[in-house]
Ligand binder design. Structure first.
Ligand SMILES: [Zn+2]
Length: 488
């Protein structure tokens, strides 16, 4: 039987029970613009969407999940001015825009694989859907809600009276914005559906259209691709909170303007990762990628766990200490579960896992309250009244939603070695029998030393080495990052 699942709908600004109209739940998530690396703030949104996806699947829903790849026509500003991000990226790197798109699409795919983000059913590319976008703009023209300026075809937001509703826009503040440069636009909120290639300029990405050579506006891409694959109204549409005011407001205007039907039923938005009191952004200097985490020996899944320390609708403050703490928690969680696996125990009763996870599911089904869900999981993992096998069975079920590889024990490692981050493995060999507590103490010190070395804190690294020597342990660092620990 399906559990009640409550989600916060941006459209109504309330938590609502999820009640889909269709047997297959259509879910559209705004994907990356592939002109640069994704920073970990962008990736926070994809992690939240992945948890939503996994929750729906684990509640028994059938999904059709689409994440687009924006590989054309995303202008620098929301006001449709400035250089195209793709063309700008190509200029920066001396490559063609097509190469840039292919390169950063590939990087994005690596990132989501590293984060255990499940693939959607489809990653449609904007450049493969130009005819659908042109058809939608033509439909909007037929409905009389567009106008033409010297540089493109624009949506006339004055003709869509519900325009301010979704973002709760204040019409007075919109008028105040009219002082800003808006070219030939009639209103600051009007937006480009199709942009003309500038006269005499041959763009790398441009297409023929009823209005001459040009390229689509960013907003039309998402609406056209969403409606190309999902029945209307689309059940769920997700993105970052920065999309509410312009991108999603515009998507609603053009999709509903073209079809005359409601576009989406549930809108979900993930909050920012904040750093130095500001949002992490590609334009700012505070740009951290998954590769920069890896180079500091923080496994990607530790970042995934770090994201569960705040609700997806709350800003999450980034810090290296916070990340190191999450990395340690992940090690501890896996260690406790691995330790359980070695203890003699009765086989787990599969029905019991569901029962043990009651609080976990209650938290997840309450608008994906992951901090509370993690607390519920810790209560199970640390509860010695529950057999280790049953703890593991429950963790395995929870991991369908968490995606943290909780039961991971690297197969290539000998039985004595320790399950932890793949890229910072520890191999223990011992000339004498050790208790689990002794092993833990040694492994913990080796990890602290590895972490100190990763941040080049040589003083601390030396102190941990001395403490290890006192425990009879000698550490050898191998070039692949493995620490070989011999205990006399
Ligand atoms: Zn979008």
């Amino acid at each position: 039987m399906k559990k009640d699942f409550y989600i916060y709908n941006t459209a109504s600004r309330t938590k609502e029970p999820f009640a889909p109209l269709h047997d297959t739940v259509g879910m559209y998530c705004c994907g990356p613009t592939v002109y640069n690396f994704a920073h970990i703030g962008n990736l926070r949104t994809y992690i939240f969407e992945d948890v939503l996806r996994r929750t729906l699947l684990s509640l028994g829903y059938t999904l059709k999940h689409i994440v687009n790849i924006t590989d054309v026509g995303h202008l620098v500003s929301d006001a449709d001015t400035g250089e195209d991000k793709m063309e700008k990226g190509a200029k920066r790197e001396g490559k063609s825009v097509w190469d840039i798109a292919a390169c950063y699409t590939q990087k994005f795919m690596e990132n989501i694989r590293d984060l255990n983000i499940q693939n959607p059913d489809l990653f449609p590319r904007a450049t493969d859907h130009i005819p659908q976008m042109i058809a939608m703009v033509q439909e909007l023209e037929r409905k009389g809600v567009t106008y033409r300026t010297g540089d493109g075809i624009y949506f006339d937001t004055a003709k869509f009276t519900a325009y301010p509703d979704f973002a709760r826009l204040d019409p007075a503040s919109i008028r105040a914005g009219e002082r800003v440069d808006m070219g030939d636009k009639r209103s600051p909120t009007d937006f480009a559906l199709w942009k003309f290639s500038p006269p005499g300029v041959k763009r790398q990405m441009e297409w023929e259209s009823p209005w001459g050579a040009g390229f689509p506006g960013w907003h039309i891409e998402c609406s056209a691709m969403a409606l190309a694959y999902l029945p209307q109204p689309i059940e769920i549409h997700c993105g970052g909170t920065d999309h509410i005011r312009v991108h999603h407001t515009n998507e609603i205007a053009q999709a509903e303007g073209a079809t005359g039907k409601p576009f989406v039923r549930y809108w979900l938005h993930g909050e920012f990762l904040v750093i130095d009191k500001g949002k992490m952004a590609k334009s700012g200097g505070n740009f951290v990628t998954l590769d920069s985490l890896k180079s500091r020996r923080i496994p990607p899944l530790a970042y995934r766990l770090f994201c569960f320390s705040a609700h997806y609708r709350s800003p999450l403050a980034f810090s290296w200490e916070g990340l190191a703490g999450a990395a340690q928690s992940l090690v501890n969680l896996r260690r406790d579960l691995v330790a359980g696996a070695k203890a003699p125990s009765e086989p787990a009763d599969p029905g019991n896992a569901e029962n043990l996870l009651k609080d976990f599911y209650a938290a997840v089904c309450d608008d994906l309250n992951m901090p509370q869900a993690m607390a519920a999981l810790w209560d199970i993992v640390r509860n010695e009244k529950i057999s280790p096998a049953e703890r593991r069975a429950a963790a395995a079920r929870a991991d369908d939603i968490l995606g943290l590889d909780l039961l991971q024990v690297p197969e290539e490692e000998p039985a004595e070695s320790f399950a932890g981050e793949k890229d910072a493995a520890i191999r223990l060999t011992s000339g004498r029998p050790l208790t689990d507590a002794q092993k833990r103490e040694i492994v913990e010190k080796v990890r602290q030393r590895q972490r100190a070395r990763a941040v080049k804190d040589w003083g601390a690294a030396d102190r941990f080495r001395t403490e290890l020597t006192q425990l009879g342990a000698t550490v050898k660092d191998r070039p692949d990052g493995t620490a070989e620990v011999a205990i006399q």
